[in-house]
Design a protein around this ligand. Structure first.
Ligand SMILES: *Cc1c(COP(=O)(O)O)cnc(C)c1O
Length: 485
């Protein structure tokens, strides 16, 4: 049923607000401040509420349903995080206040650094970067600064596997370095022989390697120690893309595997909201070798004569400088801190265990129907093919769109690039067995439809407010303003 837009139900004189009596002297607005040509709608409060509530119902989010968007870790965001981030003591702070008056906030930042050091096995952490991709840029700049500090001025090559997230080559080239792509082997690992060859070829120019482990196929690289040793042997450093930390929490520490620098996506692993381009946070952890290069400021603690801790800002001696104004995205850090404190060490480990269990459970339910090209025990996500040999016209996009009719957010599709018609599924730990069962049933039903009624898939979604969009145009030419026809 289509309802009239708020602009169409406007009637002169209707008003949705009752303003309080004026308690300041009345004065005229400056000429030209209010435009007469703006046709602002005049509606009642009920009309206004219905308008915005209806709009909100056109949206899909983790608070509405299952959201298995691979690589994005769309877990449920506990509401206590929001309550903590809204505490007046936090929201009313000003970033220019003196350290003496912001000890509570600095305490939180300091302990967040400590938690992330412990979780990742690193010597130091900076909370500055605004997102994962920003952490990557920060890490590459730190690696470059390290080589320059060693007098190695010619190094400009970063190795990136072909399964990498698009931000990896993008942030590497933004930093001015050259990207050299390393193919994967038939088990979904980095191809060790080709890596060895690339290390030898670029030995003098090697800045390092950027690697996601578990990788974007949801697989833990079986040669992680050899890979890191090889890169180190050639004088390179190891950058870890920590977007997949949800699989490792409390179980394995990238710092101990030999990574020199890694970003955490607080908005993935640590349950702060993301999507829609909203703020995230991508703190970076650094090994002993790189701590001095971390972006400033870092929060450090000192005991005073009474044994009380005092927190203050510190600039590491060889810091690459600031990568973000003030302290990074403080509100996001408060949410992630709350999440860590609510779960504790044991709880975090259970997160990883359940994330991995859920992904393997789901994979085992559908893999006889949807081909899993790298068929081994997965970590927190897996990638299958969205195509069937006996339904040649059906593509991953059709399956993704049909899932909307079944009430699910589609998985990531067409990524990673090395899987044909990829569907990348990440259930996360916050989903119940019943939800996973319903999702698997939907996928199996869709596979059946692909054979018996492929047009149903080609024309999907049938139940959404809009049908198939030109997604590139929709993203590039957003129309955010209603216009009278
Ligand atoms: C999400 C993601 C990134 C980028 O992180 P943002 O916070 O979105 O910038 C990098 N690598 C992988 C594997 C990711 O999933």
């Amino acid at each position: 049923m289509t309802r009239p837009l708020i602009f169409e139900i406007s009637r002169p004189g209707r008003c949705a607000v009752a303003l309080p009596d004026l308690d300041v002297p009345r004065s005229e607005l400056p000429e030209g401040l209010v435009r007469d040509d703006l046709p602002l709608p005049e509606v009642s409060e009920a009309d206004l509420i219905r308008h915005y509530t209806r709009l909100s119902q056109l949206n899909y989010g983790v608070d509405i349903g299952f959201y298995p968007l691979g690589s994005c870790t769309m877990k449920y965001n506990p509401k206590i995080n929001e309550e903590m981030a809204r505490l007046p003591g936090f929201v009313n702070l000003h970033p220019y206040q003196d350290e003496e008056t912001t000890q509570g906030a600095l305490f939180l930042l300091y302990h967040m650094q400590e938690f992330l050091k412990e979780i990742g096995g690193f010597a130091g952490v900076s909370l500055q970067p605004a997102a994962g991709a920003h952490g990557e840029l920060t890490g590459v700049l730190m690696m470059r600064a390290y080589h320059l500090d060693q007098g190695d001025t010619q190094r400009d090559v970063i190795l990136v596997p072909d399964s990498a997230h698009g931000t990896n080559p993008a942030s590497t080239s933004m930093s001015g370095m050259r990207v050299v792509e390393i193919p994967s082997d038939d088990r979904g690992n980095v191809d060790l022989e080709l890596l060895r060859a690339a290390c030898e070829e670029h030995s003098d120019h090697l800045v390092g390697m950027m690697l996601t482990n578990p990788n974007t196929l949801g697989l833990f690289d079986e040669h992680i120690e050899e890979i890191i040793a090889l890169v180190h042997q050639h004088g390179g450093l190891m950058y870890g893309d920590g977007a997949n930390m949800n699989a490792l929490l409390g179980i394995a520490r990238p710092g101990e595997m030999g990574f020199d620098v890694l970003h955490y996506n607080l908005h993935k692993t640590f349950s702060t909201p993301h999507g829609g381009g909203g703020p995230g946070a991508g703190p970076v952890g650094a090994s002993e070798r790189l701590v001095d290069f971390l972006p400033s400021p870092i929060v450090v603690a000192e005991e005073d004569e009474n044994g009380d801790e005092f927190y203050y800002l510190y600039e590491p001696p060889k810091s690459i400088g600031r990568v973000k104004s003030f302290y990074g995205h403080f509100g996001v850090i408060v949410r992630a801190y709350t999440y860590i404190r609510m779960l504790g060490a044991k709880g975090l480990r259970r997160v990883a265990e359940h994330a991995v269990l859920n992904a393997n459970y789901l994979m085992s339910k559908i893999k006889d129907t949807y081909k899993v090209p790298y068929d081994r025990v997965c970590m927190h996500e897996f990638v299958c093919e969205g195509r069937f040999h006996d339904a040649p016209g059906v593509r991953a996009l059709d399956i993704a769109k049909r899932l909307i009719d079944y009430g699910f957010h589609p998985p990531t599709n067409y990524f990673p690039l090395i899987v044909h018609e990829a569907l990348m599924i990440e259930p996360t730990e916050t989903e119940s067995k019943e939800t996973l069962d319903r999702f698997a049933e939907a996928l199996l039903a869709i596979a059946e439809e692909a054979r018996t009624n492929p047009d149903l898939l080609h024309e999907a979604p049938h139940t959404a407010p809009v049908r198939r969009l030109d997604e590139v145009r929709a993203a590039k030419q957003l129309i955010l303003r209603w216009e009278r026809e």
